[in-house]
Design a protein around this ligand. Sequence first.
Ligand code: DQA
Length: 144
Amino acid sequence: MTSTLFILNGPNLNLLGTREPEIYGTTTLAEIEAACIEKARKHGVGVDFRQTNHEGVLVDWLHEAQEAGAKAVIINAAAYTHTSIALLDAAKAITVPVIEVHLSDPQTREDFRHRSFIGEAAVACFKGAGLGSYLEAIEAASSL
Ligand code: DQA
């Protein structure tokens, strides 16, 4: 096992900063990445931070985390959280612990956001705290 955390981000998260700021705030993904790297550094772990709009790419990255011996995967699968059995299967297929994160709290939003498929394979979920959700997940991942 290495001391690297894979932090994976799904569709539309590249638009953070301007995307529905009343829900997601104005922090950009680049700012989240910088804060994650800083937080992880304090815990002596590295970060491989990525974003894609494509479901299959997220599946490939979960496999890659396993091959690379990542310490943990922190994933904001965005809308694929609520739709993707492929991502659930990928998370179940690897032994690297998976932690789910969300900027908002999907449980307090529309009904279709209440179900998380990947959550069924996640060891923890941090949500509703914006950037703080990512930082809490790094804190938890560091002590795994
Ligand atoms: C999200 C919540 C999802 O329901 C939504 O589809 C997203 C972002 C969040 O971080 O709050 O794209 O994962």
